[in-house]
Design a protein around this ligand. Structure first.
Ligand SMILES: [Zn+2]
Length: 322
């Protein structure tokens, strides 16, 4: 696991929050059990399960019941003027932060606000707000300690024999209900709370309305054609799920970078970007770089672990220009 030190301006060290450490460890559990694919709904579910078990680690450590817990993720990460804010709220997705450095928390709380773009592997750190809130709602309805019945139900669904790597929200909702029924009975308060929670966030009612397989929706990576080469670079992901984009004409760049881009986008090199993009599956909480250009036409997304150093440096310099 790799934890950043933060920049000291907005973020302190990422080991400051126990739930963040639990979150990363839970990615290991998911990888070696359900193996949920890190994109679209199965990716958001992968993220949500890490928030669920990360928060349970914190709640257990503090001895807090479901109604005593703050249900925040990363509440200890933000420093200075930003302290008191967090990265995510399982109780009220979309309210964890609102400031000039990070903008406003974009997490949806229900399926009606599901975000469908190709950033961050299909917004896995944003759409996780929906199953996060379902777990919160189930936990407070069941009452007591969330790491007991609610945690057992979610863990049974994650590690049971019926979960597939491309499991979507609605299928996972069904698996939690099956686990609650098996553990506590079909008419139990636990099973009723699980059904009510998934219904309240619109997953059981809106099973077929959004999500996997929809592909890129907003075309955000494609700059409008102009008289010369324009390249759009995007960095997305990381634990915070932030996206940074910049679109520049190659001729606006300093000469060495302009020449480096012309080399990268040259006819004999273009295949290299496609090959990097086609390498193995994304890894949780790492960055992903998007490169889109109108001439030559290319629109690829490359996980950071596959990027040679010189390319990542070029992408970062271009992103941070101006
Ligand atoms: Zn994660």
């Amino acid at each position: 696991m790799v934890f950043g030190d933060g920049d000291g301006q907005v973020f302190g060290r990422f080991t400051a929050s126990l739930d963040v450490i639990g979150h990363e460890l839970a990615h290991g559990v998911t990888e070696h059990t359900a193996g949920l694919l890190y994109r679209n709904q199965s990716g958001a579910l992968n993220e949500s399960l890490s928030d669920v078990f990360g928060s349970l680690v914190k709640q257990r450590s503090l001895g807090q019941s479901a109604d005593q817990a703050d249900w925040l993720i990363g509440a200890e990460l933000l420093v200075g003027a930003y302290s008191g804010q967090a990265l995510r709220s399982m109780k009220a997705p979309g309210t964890a932060y609102d400031n000039d450095a990070l903008g406003k928390d974009p997490q949806p709380a229900t399926m009606a606000d599901y975000v469908d773009t190709d950033q961050d592997h299909g917004e896995v750190h944003i759409n996780s707000g929906i199953p996060n809130r379902a777990f919160y709602l189930a936990a407070v309805a069941i009452g007591g300690n969330a790491w007991e019945a609610p945690g057992r139900i979610w863990y049974a669904a994650l590690t049971g024999p019926d979960i597939a790597a491309d499991c979507d929200f609605a299928t996972f909702a069904g698996l939690t209900l099956a686990a609650a029924t098996q553990l506590y009975g079909a008419d139990s308060p636990e099973a009723q709370a699980v059904t009510a929670a998934w219904t309240q966030v619109g997953v059981l009612a809106a099973a077929n309305s959004a999500g996997d397989g929809a592909g890129p929706a907003d075309g955000s990576g494609s700059p409008a054609p102009t008289g010369e080469s324009v390249v759009a670079v995007t960095s997305s992901g990381g634990f915070a799920g932030q996206t940074v984009s910049r679109t520049v004409s190659l001729s606006q760049l300093p000469a060495p970078d302009e020449s480096a881009w012309r080399d990268v986008l040259g006819a004999d090199k273009l295949q290299e970007l496609h090959e990097l993009a086609a390498l193995s599956a994304p890894q949780p909480d790492r960055y992903c770089y998007g490169v889109a250009c109108d001439r030559p036409v290319i629109d690829v997304s490359i996980p950071e672990q596959h990027l040679p150093h010189h390319l990542r440096s070029l992408f970062e310099r271009t992103l941070r220009r101006g």
